[in-house]
Design a protein around this ligand. Structure first.
Ligand SMILES: *Cc1c(COP(=O)(O)O)cnc(C)c1O
Length: 356
């Protein structure tokens, strides 16, 4: 039985070429071959992050580094900017780690308001902020430059940004936005199998981390930085996934980063047009919509589960029936990764066929 092709927002479809790249003969991670592999990834990763800083490789899902970033940076109190399932959960994770935490909460489907962030930070006492650029549960793309500007106007407040479903679909500009930690998992827009997260850390955040006790080992930023100088990782990385990453980065270089962004804009617009044609409303606030996925409201008399099931059984395409507390009330379609106008058209034709 072959599995359906994934148009759900992560993990997404992995190409046969990527799998093929991952079947290279295994290498040890403390030798010259590995150092070369590690170094070869840096230019491509720096380009998609928009940074001159090293990009670290964590053998974990994104949550490992999302939790690790708190462990490295929080002194006393963290402010979590909450607008959906993943950003809301970051708040509960912070509390579960024993930190004092507060939040700016907006209705799901809305974007974070920079002025609400300013007002909250003016209350004082916060040393770290968590923020999700593309909230995958609602399809909202928050205004990263505007939020960054507010957060960075408060000295000594560290700005942690999750770009799990935005990295390589829109510019994220780590340096220009003065982000302190930026995190992404590779199973979303980078179209790799799960198990690896990539992240960058500012100089200020490195200095902060050095002053924080009890950072542990596995996610210790200081360990990552020390090893990066030797083109290496603190512990044994997911080497096969790194072979895959090397291949994907070479594809991004071939296509050109700007062309990749333009392709995502185009394929995302195709999904929006398809929805408009059938009267499906977009869940995310206008002007703040992810270019990686689309979250539609489920109309009242629409049998969403039958639609998703027939699309899967008849056409072999899997979309997603909503996440968190809007499961069932929404459905989501991804255009991330390797999808083109032609492959998105195949999905659209199949969805049209199911709708009849
Ligand atoms: C998928 C996702 C996560 C969680 O990633 P894991 O790899 O499952 O840890 C976090 N944030 C966002 C925005 C996501 O889309």
């Amino acid at each position: 039985m072959s599995s359906p092709k994934l148009f759900a927002p992560g993990p997404i479809d992995v190409s046969p070429e990527t799998y093929a790249a991952m079947t290279r003969t295994m290498i040890g991670h403390r030798g010259k071959d590995f150092e070369e592999l590690y170094a070869s990834l840096q230019p491509g990763l720096k380009e998609i992050f928009g940074t001159t800083r090293p990009v670290f490789l964590s053998t974990s899902s994104a949550w490992g580094v999302m939790e690790g970033a708190l462990r490295n940076l929080v002194r006393e109190k963290v402010l979590c900017l909450c607008c959906g399932a993943f950003s809301d959960k970051w708040f509960s994770v912070a509390k579960s780690m024993g930190y004092a935490a507060d939040k700016v909460q907006v209705e799901w489907g809305e974007a974070i308001d920079p002025e609400a962030v300013r007002a909250k930070l003016e209350e004082g006492g916060f040393d770290t902020v968590t923020f999700i650029h593309s909230e995958t549960s609602t399809g909202v793309l928050n205004d990263l430059p505007a939020i960054a500007k507010v957060v960075k106007s408060f000295p000594d407040v560290m700005f942690i940004v999750d770009t799990v479903s935005s990295l390589s679909t829109v510019p994220v500009d780590f340096d220009a936005n003065q982000v302190d930690v930026m995190i992404a998992g590779v199973q979303k827009a980078l179209a790799l199998p799960p198990g690896l997260a990539v992240f960058a850390v500012s100089e200020d955040a490195m200095k902060r981390a050095e002053t924080i006790p009890n950072r542990g080992y596995y996610f210790d930023f200081v360990e990552f930085a020390k090893n990066a100088e030797k083109n290496n990782t603190p512990s044994t990385p997911a080497i096969a996934t790194l072979f895959g990453l090397q291949y994907i980065l070479s594809k991004i270089a071939d296509e050109g980063f700007e062309n990749r962004i333009a392709r995502h804009a185009k394929t995302n617009a195709m999904v929006h047009e398809w929805g408009a044609k059938h009267g499906f409303e977009i869940f995310a606030q206008e002007g703040y919509r992810s270019q990686a996925l689309t979250c539609f409201k489920t109309p009242e008399n629409f049998d969403q589960s039958a639609f998703i099931k027939t699309l899967k059984d008849k056409h072999g395409f899997l979309i997603n029936g909503g996440y968190g507390k809007i499961k069932g009330l929404t459905f989501r379609i991804s255009n991330m990764g390797n999808e083109t106008v032609a492959t998105m058209q195949e999905l659209i034709d199949a969805m049209d066929d199911v709708l009849g």
